[in-house]
Structure formats: C-alpha cells, structure tokens
Design a protein around this ligand. Structure first.
Ligand SMILES: Cc1ncc(COP(=O)(O)O)c(C=O)c1O
Length: 360
C-alpha cells in the first residue's frame, strides 16, 4: 500500500541534495584504504589540535543539553568580528541559516534570486517555502549583479549571493555588493554567503560587515565548516539586524547548535594561526591545481575558494575514471568538474592521474 498521507504539493519539485561520494564507500568498493576525497570542499588539514583537546575535555558532558543561547561562542564571535552579540545568528551549519532565512520571509509566490550554477540549497529553500526560484546566469563563471538588478521586481523577496561562489570559486568585490545594495529595494533580503571567506586573498573582497548598519535588509553568513575544519560538527553563523535575529531565535530549534560544536567553534576561534596555515596551504594548492589544469589545456575559473571548477565535455566519464583510480571529485552536471584542494601529495596525485586519464 502506498503512503496514505498527502505531502505538501510544493515538495514534489524538491530534489534531494546529492553529496560527494563518501570515501568509505569507494574504499569498500575498490578494496583499498587510501582513497582520496577532493569532492566536498573539506579542509585537508582538519581542525586545530586545540579543538581536539577542547572536545576531549567536553566529551564527558554530552549527556547535558548545550547552552541554547550559545553565550560563550557568541561573545567570542562578537569580539572576533567586532560586532554586537545581538547581531549574531548561530546555526546548525550555515546551511540551516540559509533555509531559516527563507522560511522567515518567503510567502508563496515570492521570488528568490541566486547565481547559476550556484549552491543547491538556495533553490531547495525557495521550493520548500512555495516561492519561485529565479536562477541568474553567471558571466565568465562570476556573479554579475547588474543581471540580478534587472531581475528584481515587486515579487523578489530574497537574493542569495555566494561570494566566493560555489561551484565556480569566483569572487566579486565589496564595491559591487555595495552598489547592488544601494539599488536594491529595502523589502528584499540580501543574503551574502561567505562560506569560503577565510580562503580569499584578493584585497577588494573584504569588509562586508561594515555595510550592515546602513542596510538593515543585509545578512552575512559564514561557517566553521571550511577553513576552521569543523564540517562534521555543523556550526555556521550570520550577522544581521537585531530584529531579524529576534525572529530567527523564535523559529530555530531550541538547541540547534550541539554542545560539541559550540566548544569546538570557540576553541577554533582561539587558534587563528591554524586557520592561517590552512589558508596558506590552500593558496599554494589552488595555484598548483589551476596551473596544472591550464597545462592540460583546460580553463579553470579564477578561484578564490578551496576548489577549482572547469568545463570538460565528458565530466561524468572522467569522474568515473578518476573513481577507479581511488580519487573522488565532483561532477557538476554533464559538462564540468569541481576539484577541492587537498594536501600536497593528494593534489599532485590528482594532477598526475588526471593527465594519464586524459592522455588515454
Ligand atoms: C556557498 C556555500 N554556502 C553554504 C554552505 C553550507 O556550509 P555549512 O552548512 O557546512 O556551514 C556551503 C557548503 O558547501 C557552501 O558551499
């Protein structure tokens, strides 16, 4: 008998998120133990050793509920970012914040703008909220906010801008964002998703938080999943108008950030030298990947993140051939691959293997 209760109609259009293939699956399939996963923009160095120490100390307390108000982490973040603690949103990854922001403001029929190709969760959030996803084409793999500007209309309610963008890794400048905010009507929530913030080294990028006091409809999201190395613990944050924070705190789950996540994020913030080490390695590896792919005749997008995106005519075949060699990358539709920076040996092994595959 089929399931008797009718699901909400809008859910029929929602597709499940397809994550990178788990490394354990490939190792089991190939009977090997040293597969390489450069598919999910994870940090190959992992978290700071100080995070591990803090977690070991916190483990005996996991029978307790976490601090639902996240006092210690909020105070540490407020100091780190130089913003008032009352402007902070804390989420189960920044993913939760992307979804909740949509749930907070979208009514059926509202429109949601985001770059295409872009992060999957923007469109699924729109569909979840019975809103209309309006993907906007990138220009040279990069957001063109003039295109977004022209797409704005009275139904537009949310604009998600990933900067750097996932999957292309490209970045736009703070002045582009400020110009967009200036022309955008104030009833539109503009969500700047800076998940890869710590990896950027272009000086025209920085200081988005300075725009917050002037634009109450502006929200900046960041995460501990990437450069801080805490993807498995799910801690993200946002900075927003205090009134928006108040509404978020009404609708989030009471203990949306888990106890180990809170402890780990606070310890991670206290060791910024580790983040620098991670960002330095990433910079060297993305340069290596970029130039290595160039040498193979490919044209990767100019990335400021921890991954490289490039178009290839037979992405799925190449993905399968790499899997057979124990390397997991991410096909992005039929015509592109996204490869995360790994350790030095992982990156070198990918380039060597990929060259061999292409030459066959
Ligand atoms: C652009 C972008 N935003 C948000 C996220 C979500 O990250 P998390 O929920 O781990 O903070 C990701 C993860 O890949 C991403 O690429």
């Amino acid at each position: 008998m089929s399931f008797p209760v009718e699901f909400r109609k809008n859910l029929s259009a929602v597709k499940p998120y397809v994550p990178g293939k788990p490394i354990e699956d490939l190792e089991r399939e190939l009977g090997i133990q040293n597969a390489s996963k450069i598919a999910s923009n994870e940090n190959p160095l992992g978290p700071s050793p100080k995070v591990i120490q803090a977690l070991e100390k916190a483990l005996p307390k996991i029978h307790r509920y976490p601090d639902g108000g996240a006092y210690n982490l909020s105070q540490a973040l407020a100091r780190h970012l130089e913003v008032e603690a009352g402007r902070l949103l804390l989420g189960h990854g920044s993913n939760e914040l992307i979804v909740r922001l949509g749930q907070m403001v979208l009514n059926p029929g509202d429109e949601v703008l985001y770059g295409d190709p872009g992060f999957f969760v923007y469109s699924s959030t729109a569909l979840l909220c019975e809103a209309v996803p309006r993907p906007q084409p990138l220009r040279d793999f990069t957001h063109d906010l003039k295109v977004f500007d022209r797409a704005l209309n009275h139904k537009t309610k949310v604009v998600y801008i990933a900067n750097p963008n996932n999957p292309t890794g490209t970045m736009i400048s703070l002045s582009d964002i400020e110009a967009f905010l200036k022309s955008c009507p104030p009833h539109v929530l503009v969500v700047l998703d800076e998940a890869y913030y710590e990896y950027v080294d272009d000086p025209v990028y920085f200081e988005s938080l300075k725009l917050l006091p002037q634009y109450p409809n502006f929200v900046v999201l960041r995460t501990f999943s990437k450069a801080f190395g805490l993807a498995g613990l799910r801690v993200g944050y946002g900075v927003a108008h205090p009134e928006l924070v108040g509404v978020f705190n009404k609708i989030r789950e009471p203990f949306n950030v888990n106890g180990l996540g809170l402890v780990a994020a606070e310890a991670a913030l206290a060791d910024l030298s580790h983040v620098k080490k991670v960002a330095d390695l990433n910079k060297a590896m993305r340069r290596k990947l970029f130039h290595g792919l160039n040498r193979l005749g490919l044209k990767p997008a100019p990335t400021q993140a921890n991954f490289v995106y490039f178009e290839v005519p037979n992405a799925n075949d190449l993905y399968q051939l790499l899997l057979k060699k124990g390397i997991i990358v991410r096909p992005m539709g039929p015509g592109a691959l996204r490869v995360t920076t790994g350790t030095e040996p992982e990156t070198a092994n990918f380039l060597k293997t990929f060259e061999e595959i292409l030459s066959q």
